[in-house]
Design a protein around this ligand. Structure first.
Ligand code: ADP
Ligand code: GN1
Ligand code: MG
Length: 364
């Protein structure tokens, strides 16, 4: 669909004028455009058409992000040397007084300041970058630990509820809408054989041994921006910031930061969890959170990447069986390819689980 990007940009109170718009980034959910402005010294912007099929209550989601970014900015203001322009995303108000607009076709749009001179990686190639990513996520969680007010809205209910994810997966298999289930028997079996084991974090939560905190819930490495020197800069994509267990963020970051290949790598011999990248990420993360996490939280950190990578594989295969209605795909069997790469990554983590545990206990 062709959108009037110049007109949409004009609906927000940006300080600079529109020069051009191009699609940007590799996110799977929203439609994201980089708006370059005419004035060299002024900001560029990110304009997003929000996915309202995935996020059913966008005003609530926007309210969450307003609260979270206001709180982080207040913290940064008190830290000497902070770069307020780059260490926290900033949403630009629309002319209607809100932080979003709805166009004539019912699409929701928002505008963010483009964080200049950042680096973003889909694949991590050095322990230093992994360490910085860990530091960024740790700091993010620490800054939100004392956010006042009521709990954040749950922008996607049961987002990391693996029991629910498995239930929905079984529903999809039973319904088999596009007749793909028979072709993925091996993958289905892989999930069923591990389902029980994957509920442990939620069980610990129910028993009160690990607390709900404010977590990001989508710490894929390309949602962690580094600066021009590859030092931790800021966390973006705050749509899923809500109550969660720290394991979700640790797990998703390792799933992406420590994978030697792309999330959708077709050549499975390239997919592996690199233990050095795992160690460095954990070092960075624990350097910020060591004193706040309780003993059980730390004890289960090593399990988190297995859980989240498993859950991701389940989510990709569910979408494949449903006929590709959730994630943006670039070819017919893309979700199946993603599933297989994630399954291989789970296997690689299982092989190295003992060492993963030792590393955490040494660092704790
Ligand atoms: P999605 O949910 O589709 O992943 P994101 O909010 O992560 O959407 O945005 C997609 C991509 O756009 C990001 O991966 C990043 O490359 C870029 N991006 C988003 N917000 C900003 C920002 N404030 N500054 C710079 N780049 C951004
Ligand atoms: C989506 O929005 P993006 O592309 O950063 C998804 C994550 C998945 C990820 C897999 C809201 O992340 O949960 O882990 O794809 N976001 C949502 O690449 O579902
Ligand atoms: Mg993203």
């Amino acid at each position: 669909m062709k959108h009037d990007l110049r007109g949409l940009f004009g609906s927000f109170l940006a300080e600079a004028s529109f020069l051009k718009a191009e699609t940007f980034g590799s996110g799977h959910i929203h439609d994201t455009f980089l708006i370059t402005t005419r004035e060299k010294e002024k900001d560029d912007y990110i304009l997003q058409r929000l996915n309202s099929k995935v996020f059913k209550r966008i005003p609530e989601l926007q309210e969450n992000i307003e609260r979270v970014t206001d709180h982080i900015r207040q913290k940064l203001e008190k830290i000497p040397g902070s770069d307020l322009r780059r260490e926290c995303i900033r949403m630009i108000p629309a002319r209607n007084g809100k932080s979003w607009i709805v166009d004539n076709d019912g699409n929701f749009w928002r505008l963010l300041v483009f964080i200049p001179d950042h680096r973003s990686y889909d694949i991590v190639d050095s322990p230093e970058k992994a360490f910085e990513g860990g530091r960024a996520v740790g700091r993010f969680q620490a800054m939100l630990a004392d956010m006042p007010g009521p709990p954040l809205h749950e922008t996607i209910p049961d987002f990391h509820n693996v029991e629910k994810r498995l239930e929905w997966f079984e529903d999809s298999v039973a319904f088999d809408r596009v007749k793909r289930a028979a072709s993925v028997k091996t993958e289905i079996e892989f999930f069923r054989s591990r389902a029980e084991k994957m509920t442990v974090i939620r069980r610990m939560g129910r028993e009160g041994r690990i607390p709900l905190r404010i977590t990001h819930n989508d710490t894929k490495f390309n949602n962690i921006l580094l600066d021009e020197n590859d030092r931790a800069l800021c966390i973006i994509d705050l749509d899923t910031v809500m109550p969660g267990y720290v394991h979700y963020d640790f797990g998703d970051a390792i799933r992406t930061a420590a994978n030697t290949a792309a999330e959708d790598e077709a050549d499975l011999s390239k997919v592996r969890m690199n233990i050095d990248l795992y160690r460095s990420y954990a070092e960075g993360y624990l350097s910020e959170t060591r004193d706040t996490l309780n003993r059980t939280e730390k004890e289960f950190l090593a399990f988190a990447p297995l859980l989240i990578t498993f859950e991701q594989a389940v989510r990709f295969l569910t979408d494949y069986i449903d006929g590709d209605t959730y994630y943006r795909i670039h070819h017919e069997h893309h979700n199946l390819r993603r599933t297989r790469a994630q399954i291989r990554l789970v296997e690689s983590m299982e092989e190295q689980y003992g060492e993963m545990q030792e590393i955490i206990s040494r660092l704790s």
